[in-house]
Design a protein around this ligand. Sequence first.
Ligand code: CTP
Length: 427
Amino acid sequence: MGPGDGPDRLEGRSLSGARVVLGVSGGIAAYKAVEVCRRLVELGAHVVPVLTEGALHFVGEATFSALGSEPARTALYGDADPIPHTHLGRQADLVVVAPATARVIGSYAAGISADLLVATLLATRSPVLICPAMHAEMWDHPAVRENLALLKRRGTHVVEPAVGPLAAGDVGPGRLADPGEIVAAAQALLRAAGFGGDRTSTASPTPRRDLAGRKVLVTAGGTREAIDAVRYIANRSSGKQGHALAEAAAARGARVVLVTTTDLPVAPGVEVVKVESAAEMAEAVLERAADQDLVVMAAAVADFRPGAPAPSKLHKADGIPHLVLEETLDILAELGRRRRSGQVLVGFAAETDSIVERATRKLLSKGVDLLVANDVGKKGVGFSYDTNAVSIVSADSVVDVPLSSKRAVADAVLDAASDLLRKAALS
Ligand code: CTP
């Protein structure tokens, strides 16, 4: 994605009023933080750059002072403000660290306020978005993995690094995520905190609170079905649409449970249940379903799984395995059978042809209220894109949502579901 491309460009100055501390630590990827800073400011955020000593070996303080909303901060001491970290931490609506080195991740996890950046991280109660970048060996080290897992359990959001060229001609995992992806994750967190609307949305620019007090369960991501102890059958679902739905529902006031197979950032206040297989997803959804006002099955659940996964690794020397597949439980259809009165059920379908016709058939056969069909044959639609285009099919109408951000699609789906919840309450 090139500078200025992507959904954030469409949303104008949608982050007006949001204060972001942009932490930059030492690594070759620090130059990419310049672009993150520029884009956040362009979107209207008030960005305070905080550079570690390590960052200053790679990028200039002057660059960030020129592009940020305030001069860059580099030290805990010697500032006109005697306690800069508490003020920065308290005033921030979001702290983004890009790139985050193994040292910053470790210090933050251990609570060691080694410098202004880590002190600010420890002093904030606002969402934190960590974007790691380091050499593949460091990224793979159990210390780094465990520190990051600990931070995630505490609610820190993480934009995972990509696989690609690293410093000194190496290639591997550990490359800082694309600035566009980092900005999109920051936007999602700020939106969930009530900043900005979405001009591509068919919904109103500031989130409606029409789901206040409602219980909503959303599923996201593709399931993994074990072949043996190390291999699995998966699908291309990224989980982005499901996570956008959970974020949008929370912004509209719902109490949200997100059953997900992915580690994507999750909006504050959303309860997360991490699952892997279709069977785990079925268990997590069905044990909570009776309580929910709305269930949105955005996950790509495997229709088939290996019937008898091997408990240990299958070896080549044992010959080609013959996989016998068995059907998984259709969770959505089961929800349709168990549905209590007043509950609204929404399914998703990825189609390539006769979209509305197939969606209508699925709507009826699974006994659900809305079927959101995406034409995955179209450019920019479905799977790993940040955009989607769907037809929202109900028993008596079809609403087409043109190519929009996944958050905008989420709001359009919730508009339709919310109408149905209101009608159900009146009848
Ligand atoms: N789904 C589910 N449980 C499954 C499979 C799918 O709950 N075991 C849900 C998905 O979360 C999604 C919808 O059903 O909401 C998608 O249905 P799809 O897999 O397209 O339907 P199928 O009936 O399997 O249709 P197809 O013939 O296209 O595979």
